[in-house]
Design a protein around this ligand. Structure first.
Ligand code: FAQ
Length: 318
């Protein structure tokens, strides 16, 4: 078969919605795009543990502590499924970690903002996990099999995360005046960065067009952002809170909410490494990696020992 035949077989699979699997032929750029997106997604899950991890020791009750601990552990699991999915494309875990630590690989802008009050645990669950789900439900039908399958399980867990966040805010919004103020203040800080999670506008998104053609992305950045806004406005009404956008208004003709301008200068500044917590997040991650070296060494030594033991048993049995 020639490259053209391989390309034709690949295109047919994409058109017929047949998943591309690790051993299938795929264009180099398809592989490259997937490695970029999946590894950045994995990094986001792992760095995403840090803002909430800060609050585990300060959760206001045993129940809240257990729930938050479980959520942060789930994020670690998501990172691991995603690193494994990326590894099927021919990149090693070490390479990906190196790219994260050296600043070569991106991770979601949202995790470079500080968590300054307990209400932030609610706002992250409701808004950040809410935005993540809106994007990730679509990725359950992404064209690369291992990525799509990882997303199915991740989405099930994310929906619990979103609900636990909303529950925190719902309880606080029925509480004292100070608690209600905390909720509103937190929503005010997280709203715009949550909208930025969907990425630049379609006009400014260099990867969308090709990724849509390859069915890696199933909706554009702006389409998903709009869907998120439409559902979130209604949820906010139930909390009795407001969203910090005076231009938010139902547009009968479009059948969607109109919204005010997003501060893209702030977004690119954060993406380039100059957000409020970028340096702190990477420094914490690198320190954890270095301090965990003995665990990786011990696991490798144990696996070598098991391999030798199994070889010996096989030899004796033969
Ligand atoms: N932050 O051309 P596009 C979670 C970059 S879920 C930083 O539109 P693309 C769960 C982009 O990489 C959060 N960088 O790119 C959780 C590209 O640069 P590059 C993570 C961003 O890939 C919750 C450039 O801008 N979710 O964490 C961002 O077609 C709570 C141009 O952009 C995913 O990763 C951003 N927000 O579309 C965990 C989902 N947006 O790579 C803990 C999978 C864009 O060319 C607690 N990823 N950039 O150098 C995707 O769906 C896509 O990659 C997009 C971006 C939609 C994020």
């Amino acid at each position: 078969m020639t490259v053209r035949d391989f390309q034709q077989a690949f295109d047919e699979k994409i058109d017929k919605e047949i998943a591309i699997e690790p051993r299938d032929w795929m264009p180099d750029n398809y592989r490259k795009t997937l490695i970029r997106q999946i590894s950045q997604h994995a990094h986001s899950e792992i760095i995403g543990m840090l803002p909430e991890g800060n609050w585990i020791t300060r959760a206001p009750s045993l129940r809240r502590k257990a729930v938050l601990l479980a959520k942060v552990q789930d994020e670690a699991g998501h990172g691991l499924y995603l690193y494994s999915a990326a590894e099927t494309l021919g990149i090693s875990r070490d390479e990906m970690i190196e790219q994260l630590h050296s600043g070569k690989a991106k991770y979601s802008s949202i995790f470079n903002y500080p968590t300054t009050s307990w209400a932030d645990m609610g706002a992250i669950g409701w808004l950040v996990d809410g935005a993540a789900i809106m994007n990730q439900v679509a990725l359950c039908r992404t064209s690369y099999g291992p990525y799509a399958r990882a997303m199915v399980r991740i989405c099930k867990e994310e929906s619990f995360h979103q609900r636990q966040g909303y529950e925190i805010l719902l309880n606080m919004s029925k509480g004292t005046e100070i608690q209600r103020k905390m909720v509103q203040e937190s929503i005010n800080r997280w709203w715009w960065p949550s909208l930025m999670m969907f990425g630049p506008t379609d006009d400014d998104s260099p990867n969308t067009e090709q990724s849509m053609r390859w069915r890696i992305k199933r909706f554009t950045n702006d389409e998903l952002r709009q869907r998120f806004i439409d559902v979130t406005v209604e949820q906010c009404k139930i909390l009795g809170m407001t969203l910090p956008d005076p231009e938010l208004k139902w547009n009968e003709e479009r059948g969607h909410y109109d919204y005010g301008p997003i501060n893209w200068d702030e977004f690119w500044n954060v993406v380039k490494g100059n957000g409020p917590c970028n340096k702190e997040r990477i420094a914490t991650r690198v320190k954890a990696h270095e301090e965990g070296a003995w665990v990786r060494d011990a696991a490798l030594a144990y696996s070598e020992k098991q391999k030798k033991r199994n070889n010996k048993t096989d030899h004796q049995a033969a």
